[in-house]
Design a protein around this ligand. Sequence first.
Ligand SMILES: Nc1ncnc2c1ncn2[C@@H]1O[C@H](COP(=O)(O)OP(=O)(O)OP(=O)(O)O)[C@@H](O)[C@H]1O
Length: 308
Amino acid sequence: MQTDVIEARGLTRRFGEVLAVDAVDLRVGQGEVVAVLGPNGAGKTTTLEMLLGLRSPSAGTVRVFGADPSTAAVRSRVGAMLQDTDAPESLTVTEIVDLVAAYHPYRLPTGEVLERATLQGHRKRRVTQLSGGERQRLSFALAIVGDPDLLYLDEPTASLDVGARRLFWQQVADFAALGKTILFSTHNLEEADLAAERVVIINAGRIFSDGTPRELKGLLAGRTLELVTDADDAVLAALPGVRGVLELPADGATADRPGARRVRLQAADAEPPLRALFAAGHLVEGLIVTEATLEEAFVHLTSAERAR
Ligand SMILES: Nc1ncnc2c1ncn2[C@@H]1O[C@H](COP(=O)(O)OP(=O)(O)OP(=O)(O)O)[C@@H](O)[C@H]1O
């Protein structure tokens, strides 16, 4: 049986009234590349921090390589690229890489690290002389210098342009090809699809879905229906193939009609819910059907969930 690199059970974190992470169960096996996808404030960073042993859970347990993630033995096998990590500005790229390497029991040679992070040409540059994208690559270099078996990347491409993103994910793929386990967070569905073989969607602190990008697309792909109707939320949510219901602001079509409102439905297909609405005698007007992009479907699904 494959052993788990990460095993979280009932992982929960509160900040006062805010339930940032709500009973998350997550198992990640050796060699998996997993994307944690979710909107702002979904709980991605807090989850990663608990998996890293940087933040203690309010409830639940985390085991990484079968042990507490805050222990030295586990930390020596883990690399992390977190948001907003500052490197000492007076040091050169090579000096920082060597400095961080000194804390690790095993290390990759400096030349290999710089090559993997495409920083060979910037060895003697100081941090202040690096562009935003180059600084991000330096963070990646520092995350991998200890030759980690498990790598965490928290929104690693947030400040990169399209070309730099592609290059970055190629570097991650090369590192993953060494048999490493990688867990990264992102807002970007297309990026999760490109770089991960498994996508965990987290929303409002909970795992919303967990599967391959292909399964995720199957779950999200479909039609967006906008219409004016008198059916209430419970009726709409129970229509065949409907996955999400969102109320839209009132407009001229709804103003003078009691009970009528404009809604947006996310559905596997357009016909079955419409047929059911007509059959039940509900008002259906101003209908617009569009093919949902993955991005739209994701935003719609997670916002509908949040509104519940
Ligand atoms: N130190 C803190 N004190 C109070 N609330 C916090 C703290 N850290 C996070 N939160 C709250 O917990 C929730 C989850 O935040 P978290 O940063 O984990 O989300 P995220 O998915 O990483 O978001 P983003 O994509 O915006 O980085 C948010 O409501 C946030 O405001």
